[in-house]
Each structure stands twice: as C-alpha cells, then as structure tokens.
Design a protein around this ligand. Structure first.
Ligand SMILES: Nc1ncnc2c1ncn2[C@@H]1O[C@H](COP(=O)(O)OP(=O)(O)OP(=O)(O)O)[C@@H](O)[C@H]1O
Ligand SMILES: [Mg+2]
Length: 280
C-alpha cells in the first residue's frame, strides 16, 4: 500500500533522513522504532507531506504522492496523528472531531446551520428552477440535496464509530480538549484522524506521557481498528515492547537510516533490539 524509497530530508542544514526505505503492506501494522532524534517523526512528516523530501520517492496505492500537498494526501485516504497530539485545546471534543472530518465531508458537519442555509437558498432556487425544469435544473437541485444528505449520513456514521471505540469521548463531547486527561487527549487525536475515514493511519508515539495501563488500552483499540475496519497502520513508538506486540513488521531507525528491518517476532528475538530497545 505504501512504498517509501531512499528518502533524504533535512531541516535547513540538519539532515534528518539519510535515505530511508520502508514498505507498509495493505492491512498490516508496521512499527518504526528508534532512539530520540533517530528520524521517526521526520519519516512520518515526509510521508504525509508536512516535510518535503530532498530526494527519494513515496508511492501510495502505486501512485507517487511525494509532490502532493498534505490536503491532497488526506483525501487519498491517509491520516497523520502527530506527535504531541496537536489538538485545538480551546475547542470541544466534538469540534475537534468535526475538523478531522472536514477534508472528507466538506461542510456536511456544519449541522443545522448549514442545513438551514441550504434550505433557504433551495427555496429561492426552486422558483427559478421550476421555470427551468425542462432544461434539467431540477435534476441538479435534487442531486445537490441528495449529496448533502449522503455526506451528513457518512459524517454521522464516522462519529458513531469513533464513539463506539472511545465511549469516553461521547461522554466528554462538549468538554474543551485542553481539559481532557492525557489518555483522553490521545484518544481524541486518534479519533480526529479516523474522522477522515483513512485507509492508512500514521500514529506518532501514541504512548507518549501516558500510564502503562492507558497505553495498553489505546494499543488494543488500535489493533481492533486494524482488524475490524481493515485500516492499515504505521506506528512510531518509543515503547518497543508494546509496539512489537501488535505490529506485524518493524523497522529500527538509527540517525536517519534503517538499521534493522524484520518481522516483529524476529525483532523481539534479536539481541541488538533486546539490548537497545526492550531494556532486557
Ligand atoms: N523543526 C526542526 N528543525 C530542526 N531540526 C529538526 C526539526 N525537527 C527535527 N529536527 C532534527 O531532526 C532529527 C530527527 O528528528 P525527529 O523528530 O524525526 O526524531 P524522532 O526519532 O522522532 O525523535 P523523538 O523520539 O525524540 O520524537 C533530529 O536530529 C532533530 O533534532
Ligand atoms: Mg518524534
């Protein structure tokens, strides 16, 4: 599904990636491990178009995406849940989720206000279109009404799905994001990413700053999303133990290069990985 080849990327004079290649097969969970500063976040940033590569290529569903904007990449079916969550702290849970849906559903999430506005303009247009009915104007109108209804239903379905996975978000839907606990904020960040209905979800350190039990709960939900929705997952993690428990395949980055690549099972058995990343 995702093929990354020889990515070189830099921040001004600082070269963060020296030629990173990796593959994410459809339906899989792939983990990217590595120490602080190894280039894990930079790799995700380049993939989602937030950072331009100096060279190398990225293919998503066989199509080159390395020159597309982040917005275009999201619309192809990829969401990025960034390091540190990056929620809108002053906005409510529901408002944050609406923003996640924007790329996919447009203004369908505007709710009553939008429906009202459309209703009024429809009335005005209806008179005009009655006259023009013979020319097909009515058909366009009917289609516009149908499409808006469909977007609204898709949005409601996406929201319901996220509340099913994270019931606490439903309970807190009118609370401002900044006052949620760390675990709830991570759930909201993942939920916001899922609102775009991605086929590939990039997760950057979902465990950061969270207690082990909450981390485990989040990883279990991520695994369920992968299994039941078929969402492919590329997850960056410091917690190598947990990441390798749910991942099928893993890459270890060291100073902007892939040092190891193998199945999770083999990485967990590897002496080097055990010593450096599993604390064993
Ligand atoms: N905005 C930036 N400006 C300059 N240098 C940066 C910037 N972001 C990252 N870097 C540098 O790029 C390198 C890779 O950073 P990156 O954030 O990708 O690492 P990481 O593996 O995600 O680390 P961590 O585990 O700490 O999140 C580091 O040397 C870092 O200092
Ligand atoms: Mg990082």
């Amino acid at each position: 599904m995702l093929q990354v080849r020889d990515l070189v990327a830099a921040y001004g004079p600082i070269v963060a990636l020296h030629g990173v290649s990796l593959d994410v097969p459809e339906g899989s969970i792939v983990a990217v491990l590595g120490a602080n500063g190894a280039g894990k976040s930079s790799t995700l940033r380049v993939i989602s178009g937030l950072l331009r590569a100096k060279s190398g290529s990225i293919k998503f569903d066989g199509q080159r995406i390395d020159h597309l904007s982040t917005e275009q990449i999201v619309s192809l079916g990829m969401s990025h849940v960034p390091e540190g969550r990056q929620l809108f702290g002053d906005l409510t849970v529901l408002e944050n989720l609406r923003l996640g849906a924007y790329s996919r559903f447009g203004q369908a999430d505007g709710g009553g206000r939008l429906a009202h506005r459309q209703g009024l303009s429809l009335l005005g247009r209806l008179q005009h279109d009655l006259i023009q009915a013979a020319t097909g104007g009515i058909r366009d109108l009917a289609r516009a009404v149908r499409e808006h209804g469909q977007r609204r239903r898709d949005f409601d379905a996406a929201l319901k799905q996220i509340f099913d996975y994270f019931p606490i978000l439903a309970q807190r839907k009118n609370q401002v994001a900044g006052t949620l606990s760390g675990g709830e904020q991570q759930m909201l960040a993942i939920g916001r990413g899922l609102m775009a209905r991605p086929r590939l979800l990039l997760l950057d350190e979902p465990s950061m700053g969270l207690a082990p039990l909450v981390t485990r709960e989040i990883f279990e939900i991520v695994q369920t999303i992968n299994r039941t929705e078929g969402v492919t997952i590329l997850v960056v993690e410091q917690n190598a133990n947990l990441a390798l428990e749910i991942a099928h395949y893993g890459y270890v980055l060291e100073t902007g290069r892939v040092a190891l690549a193998d199945t999770s099972e083999n990485l967990r058995k590897s002496e080097a990985v055990r010593r450096s990343y599993l604390g064993q």
